[in-house]
Design a protein around this ligand. Structure first.
Ligand SMILES: Cc1cc2nc3c(=O)[nH]c(=O)nc-3n(C[C@H](O)[C@H](O)[C@H](O)COP(=O)(O)OP(=O)(O)OC[C@H]3O[C@@H](n4cnc5c(N)ncnc54)[C@H](O)[C@@H]3O)c2cc1C
Length: 350
């Protein structure tokens, strides 16, 4: 493996964006990624019917100006989340669901045409696939004289003047060993920094047709009573692939996939009728089983706890190590916008 002036750890949105910005400044970078897949918490799956379904990040809105500027720069289109029609709110299991309509005047959410992975693919194209090494899991970062040595789980050692990590901070301090040890303030902070969506379960039900729209339903559901807690129409922008997609109750990670699927079908058929049982495929992702995202917490952390803490702005190991990633962003941490903001902040220091 090559030595490099700057090593970026993690090929999620933050890592790719940092590489893109530093390359624009004429700097050479290399990204080391543990997974065989690029994208981190952005993962679009394409079903046999042509539906593109997000197992990770999906929505953004107008306040996410840095993300929107990036999409514009990369000429990536986006479209409004479909919410027209009758939506459901299940308050309790023993009362019928409340029905309501979302006003067109509400601040809309947007989705990326072709799926969120389009953003990842465009950034990979810009950064150059030759500069991204997948299946390269970093286990140790060691300060040696005036550089850092980064070791992989295969025992390969790579030298760099600067290392920028984009792992969620909690995962970073739990899975990478530092020599010398990182200062106590940052270790304690990282252990108490929530990783956005790390405990979540995403599911998508792929269909041959959008039968809910035909029956005047929006596909939007909020529920306090059943396994699906939040769901939306997830049809493609060109209206050729159809799906319903959302979040399952995180506690059901203890069930098998078959058990979760059976409960999803039961809830959907109860709400939308027997047509909901006539699906093309069921897809799901239990993020707490993704060891390159989630590491169990020692204490209960609230969503976004310590996200964007100012201490993440301080370089470590004599200014050779930078901690980045969405959870470190000063604005909208945890979100795609946060990943872009964190990358802009790091790149501005070079
Ligand atoms: C289910 C879900 C739904 C979401 N929904 C939304 C949404 O609707 N809107 C929104 O804005 N955001 C959403 N998010 C959040 C969004 O996905 C993240 O903010 C963003 O993708 C984080 O990018 P990142 O690069 O900072 O981190 P990550 O994407 O986590 O990237 C870190 C990378 O580091 C790699 N890595 C880990 N350990 C090592 C190691 N030891 N060595 C080398 N590489 C390693 C990982 O494999 C990963 O590729 C969602 C996230 C999830 C999981």
């Amino acid at each position: 493996m090559n030595n490099a002036k700057i090593i970026i750890i993690g090929a999620g949105l933050s890592g790719l964006m940092i590489a893109y910005l530093l390359q624009k400044k004429g700097l050479e970078v290399i990204i080391l990624e543990a997974h065989n897949r690029i994208g981190g918490r952005i993962e679009t799956v394409t079903g046999t019917s042509g539906a593109t379904m997000e197992m990770g990040a999906t929505w953004f809105s107008k306040p996410h100006q840095n993300l929107i500027a990036l999409l514009d720069e990369l000429e990536i289109s986006y479209f409004r989340q479909h919410t027209q029609g009758i939506s459901f709110f299940e308050t309790m299991s023993f009362v019928p669901p409340q029905k309501f309509e979302i006003s067109d005047a509400e601040e809309p959410s947007y989705r990326i045409v072709g799926g969120t992975s389009t953003l990842i693919e465009k950034l990979v194209e810009k950064v150059g696939i030759q500069n991204i090494k997948t299946q390269t899991k970093i286990t140790t970062i060691k300060e040696v004289d005036n550089h850092l040595e980064v070791s992989t789980s295969d025992g390969i050692v790579c030298k760099a003047e600067t290392v920028i990590t984009t792992l969620p901070p909690h995962l970073l301090v739990q899975t990478i060993t530092f020599e010398p040890r990182l200062p106590d303030f940052i270790q304690q902070l990282a252990r108490k920094t929530h990783t956005w969506m790390g405990e979540s379960i995403k599911f998508a039900m792929e269909y041959a047709s959008p039968f809910w729209r035909d029956n005047k339903y929006s596909g939007t559901l909020f529920s306090q009573a059943s396994i699906i807690q939040e769901m939306y129409d997830h049809s493609t922008a060109d209206n050729k692939g159809y799906a319903l997609k959302g979040f399952l109750n995180g506690g059901t990670h203890m069930l098998s996939e078959e058990e979760r699927k059976a409960k999803v079908i039961l809830q959907l058929t109860k709400l939308f009728g027997p047509e909901a049982g006539n699906y093309v495929a069921y897809h799901e992702k239990v993020w707490r089983e993704e060891s390159l995202t989630f590491f169990p917490y020692e204490h209960l952390l609230m969503g976004h706890e310590n996200n964007g803490h100012p201490d993440y702005k301080k370089p470590l190991l004599n200014d050779k190590l930078y901690i980045s990633g969405s959870e470190t962003a000063s604005a909208n941490p945890g979100y795609m916008e946060g990943a872009v903001v964190a990358a802009i902040n790091i790149a501005s220091q070079f």
